[in-house]
Design a protein around this ligand. Structure first.
Ligand SMILES: NC(=O)c1ccc[n+]([C@@H]2O[C@H](COP(=O)([O-])OP(=O)(O)OC[C@H]3O[C@@H](n4cnc5c(N)ncnc54)[C@H](OP(=O)(O)O)[C@@H]3O)[C@@H](O)[C@H]2O)c1
Length: 271
């Protein structure tokens, strides 16, 4: 495995998940530098992981192969200002910042190769999926490096930047759709007599198991669905109620609305 040296700028939920994934995947603390300005948190990170920490990108990213940027969108301009002073064209920036277009990075960083990504929160348990879009100066070798790094927290897909809005609507926001489905399943299960903990275990493992079936089967979800729903049975009854309630249309509208909102937010971020 190519174990590039990596600096992580922004070690919060997403940066922290990647850090844990990288250590589990075989990166050693000496491969990783963490940029964390708040000293108590830096000390905590150093003690927990053995990684080097620095307060500012100017002190920590010199000579690193890859710089992962995982700050909140509202902090992007400060972070880019700091990175612009030190990043070179021999390094690669992998940005995990939702909604910020490649043009913003390229305006700030010139010819530094940039890969924009859209991860999702199951990355926190190593079960994420991250879509990556390469910038103008990022080639196949850069994409291969990004893929190796992001694989530490789940699957990786390459898409054109224009498709990241659709990715955001499907997999970025998608965990919330699954949670809403689970909430409704659990609520009615409890009303039908299950205790809440059992109902939650049943719903969570059912959604997880259905996901695993979709990933491992050659059949598409519609075939898998029909296989569960024997005529006149309980599943067919439930699916009929879902169809009458417009379940499919509601989900399609929801994904369309999320895509549209992602486009709007991207336009705001692009200035
Ligand atoms: N979590 C998700 O569900 C999710 C999903 C998809 C994409 N993302 C993207 O991932 C990015 C990070 O999100 P998150 O949830 O991990 O946020 P988070 O927990 O707030 O982490 C961001 C971290 O960046 C630090 N930071 C801010 N400016 C910095 C700078 N100039 N140098 C070094 N560190 C800096 C923050 O420190 P302070 O707290 O001290 O400011 C914080 O520790 C976001 O852009 C988000 O769009 C997140």
């Amino acid at each position: 495995m190519d174990r590039s040296s990596i600096a992580i700028v922004g070690v919060g939920a997403m940066g922290g998940a990647l850090l844990s994934g990288l250590l589990e995947a075989g990166w050693t603390p000496s491969d990783l530098t963490l940029i964390e300005a708040y000293e108590p948190r830096a000390t905590e990170l150093r003690e927990a992981t053995g990684c080097r920490t620095e307060g500012l990108p100017s002190d920590g990213i010199d000579g690193q192969d890859i710089v992962v940027l995982a700050v909140k969108p509202q902090d992007i301009h400060v972070a880019l200002g700091q990175l612009a002073e030190v990043l070179t064209v021999d390094q690669l920036l992998v940005a995990l910042v939702a909604g910020v277009p490649l043009s913003v990075y390229e305006r700030a960083l010139g010819e530094v190769p940039v890969i924009r990504t859209m991860p999702n929160t199951p990355a926190l348990v190593g079960e994420g999926i991250t879509a990556c879009a390469p910038g103008t100066h990022a080639g196949a070798d850069h994409m291969a490096k990004a893929r190796t790094v992001l694989s530490a927290v789940g699957l990786v897909e390459e898409v054109e930047e224009a498709l990241l809005d659709a990715v955001t609507a499907v997999s970025g926001s998608g965990p919330a759709y699954a949670y809403l489905l689970a909430e409704a399943m659990v609520a009615e299960g409890v009303r039908q007599g299950l205790d809440p903990e059992t109902a939650l275990r049943l719903a969570a493992r059912t959604i997880k198991g259905a996901g695993t079936m979709m990933e491992s089967s050659d059949d598409n979800p519609s075939v898998l669905r029909k296989r569960v729903a024997s005529p006149g049975g309980t599943t067919a009854e439930a699916l009929a109620v879902m169809n009458q309630g417009g379940f499919v249309e509601v989900v399609r509208d929801a994904v369309a609305a999320a895509t549209e909102r992602s486009v709007e937010l991207g336009e705001i971020a692009a200035g």
